[in-house]
Design a protein around this ligand. Sequence first.
Ligand SMILES: [Cu+2]
Length: 152
Amino acid sequence: MNKKIFAFAMVLAIFAGCTGTQAEPDIKVSYPKVTHSAMTENAISAFMFIENKGSADDYLVSARIKELPDKRVEVHDVVDGKMVHIEKIKIPAGAVVELKMGSYHVMGFDITEHVDEITLVLNFGKSGEIEVVATVPEKEETTAEGMDMGGM
Ligand SMILES: [Cu+2]
C-alpha cells in the first residue's frame, strides 16, 4: 500500500469511527422545582425541564435524593387525573421535555424530616447520573392542619 492510499484509508477509518459514536444524547436539566404533594402526605414532587441537545434519544429511568438515600423515589405520569408509576420518561433527541404539574414528575415518599435543599440524582439510560439541586419550600399551614394527630 503506498503512503497516499494508506493515509486515505486512515482518514476513512477515523471518520467511520466518528459517525459510529456520534449518535449520543446530550442531556441538560434546568429550572428544578420541588413542591409538597397535595394528595400524598409527606411526599414531594419535583418538576424541571430536561433538554436533549444530542442526536440520540435518552430516557429518565430513576432518581434518588442524595441527602436522603433510603427514601423511595419514583418517576410518575398523570393519566386520566391519576398518578401512575412509570418505568421511564423518553427524552427524544433535539427535544425539551417538561416535567410539570399534571404530567411527568419525579416523586419522593416518606419525607418526614425537613430539608431546605435536596440534590436529585437523575439516572438516565445512556447519559448516566445527572445531579440537580432544588430548594424545598416550607410546608403550608393547610397541610399541617389536615394531619391527624389523634392519640398523641
Ligand atoms: Cu406522583
